[in-house]
Design a protein around this ligand. Sequence first.
Ligand code: 13P
Length: 249
Amino acid sequence: MRQSIVAGNWKMNGASSFVQEMAQQINLHAADLDNVEVVLSPPSVYVAMLQQSAKSYATAAQNVHFAKSGAYTGEVSVTMLQDVGCKYVLIGHSERREIFAESNQLIAKKVAAAMQGGVVPILCVGESLLQRNAGQEFEVVKSQVLSALQGLQFSADSLVIAYEPIWAIGTGETASPEQAQQMHAHIRKVLAVEISAELAEQTRILYGGSVNAQTAALLFSQPDIDGGLVGGASLKVEDFKLICSAAAK
Ligand code: 13P
């Protein structure tokens, strides 16, 4: 059975006081959850601090550069994330694709660097509303997944995929459990056909996009949904705890 993951993406929110509060609360809460890995993804300046307090959660960075070191002002490398004990890194979030113009090619380089450096990429994919209305959602997501993984050798515990339809992010409009399940099954099939059936069966695929304490349980009960990548609701401690509990099997 695949272990669920609930990851809280704080985006550019939080402060050191919030880091301390979350660390304390989630250490207590996540310790009792069955078969759920809780992951907290703060802004990069707080990753080390949050990781130092971690007893029953893991941390994820929200971005990484593909180079090991060098003249890349403002960037953080995989080696540095590894050095502070960070286990995961979000790669290809739609906000990075849109606001920071990250291409599928750049995302592929980041995924390769993360895997090579021993930090697990949480590869984010998802279609826009325009693409969905044009009936292109399955094709778009397939090409995002395949372009990011092209030519890589890896095992299922070295990759997490997050399906985040752009129209559901921060809008309060969650994909229905059926819509999400359909896309997750599609992604799993793409992995099975293009890589291997075993890898497809074992890879965790998270849903993200307006997940909240009310919608989480039904989404997480779908056979191909292995947890969530949570934005806004991960900033509300009590709501986030309820979402983590909803993923427990
Ligand atoms: P919301 O949960 O705020 O819609 O954000 C989802 C997201 O982008 C997580 O990465």
